[in-house]
Design a protein around this ligand. Sequence first.
Ligand code: AMP
Ligand code: GLY
Length: 437
Amino acid sequence: MKVLVIGGGAREHALCRSLSLDPDVTALHCAPGNAGIAEVAELHGVNALDGRAVAELAAGLAADLVVVGPEAPLVAGVADAVRARGIPVFGPSAQAAQLEGSKAFAKDVMAAAAVPTARSYVCTTPEEIDTALDAFGAPYVVKDDGLAAGKGVVVTDDATQARAHALACVAQRRDAADGGRAVIEEFLDGPEVSLFAVTDGETVVPLRPAQDFKRAYDGDAGPNTGGMGAYSPLPWADPKLVDEVMDTVLQPTVDELRRRGTPFSGLLYAGLAITSRGVRVIEFNARFGDPETQVVLARLKTPLAGLLHAAATGTLAALPPLRWSDDAAVTVVIASHNYPDTPRTGDPITGLADVAAQDAPEAYVLHAGTRQDASGAVLSAGGRVLSVTATGADLGIARERAYRAVGRIALDGSQHRTDIAAKAAADAAADGGAVRA
Ligand code: AMP
Ligand code: GLY
């Protein structure tokens, strides 16, 4: 199978790594990729947002499968353009990707499918904003309706800040066809879980749950980011969680989108809050999560290309059950100076070869924002730069290995959280490491 992956972050590096280990994959290509992906795939300098160019590339490579990583190309219709050329593609249509592209659309689908989520108002005027903020009270949750790379959400006790963010969301897209919108919703307490499901629009295959660390600094302080680390499994989670989310969230959502004539095929990502009143959907994404993919794929034993191809060709029902490693996995994101505000780029990264020599195969580095200069040096080229990933018999071991590898890497001014999976590992150790979701 010849596979083309679209994107260039650590999620795409994780996808490419797993695809490169699949014996059925005979050729692996990526556009645009990054310095790490270049080690396992042939890179192509094609704009990931240009559907025609991506379809052209896929046809030229005689690709049997195109895997679209990030949300922006999906929302821009890149999967539609590839599908129109008759090439199987893993990733939803632009219409189905509105599940991520518009929080208002997602709320509408959830209401129709009776999927449990936070109560919410979609606001377009200052009056509506004030009414919604008053209705829910503090802590306030205000979201930009459109795509915002994980940075469009403000959760605050400060009514002035909440109102200012809502007004900015409304003002921001005034020129767009449907104008700017802020979604204001009820605060959900409780831990968060990311659960991914592979679907062909009908059959839904859940993967293993993971937890993401969204805040920039230790102790969940600082601004929201794209994600600073992740781990899987979740020893603290109810073993019945996946079945419950399948029945109450994933299958009803897939069924509702099919009923609307816009079937969702690809990766359905449910961002969940385990609240005192039960499981609630915080958000849907229309693609693999970053950095959760790094830990989920580290545990998946079923070859990845066959799974994604089955979703792309509507044959998931015939696929044997997925096989999983008993190992735990932890990933720690190394981000550049000043991420998420104004990340500095162009700094040299050292120590990568040391990790490869001393920590592999249990620990390895997945590249996000990196590029190679003419001399072959690897430089930072984005906000999140590396995802250092490790596996082990339990979370404590995986965590230790991940941080040992992080310690070998030098990137001037970089930042990383030191508490990824710390609490889960400690609690599991205290519990004798029993339950695994
Ligand atoms: P989202 O982009 O919708 O996933 O939101 C980003 C992050 O903001 C989530 O991962 C949560 O940590 C937080 N968040 C979003 N919605 C809520 C909510 N209703 N209650 C509490 N926290 C939320
Ligand atoms: N880790 C959060 C996301 O991928 O949106």
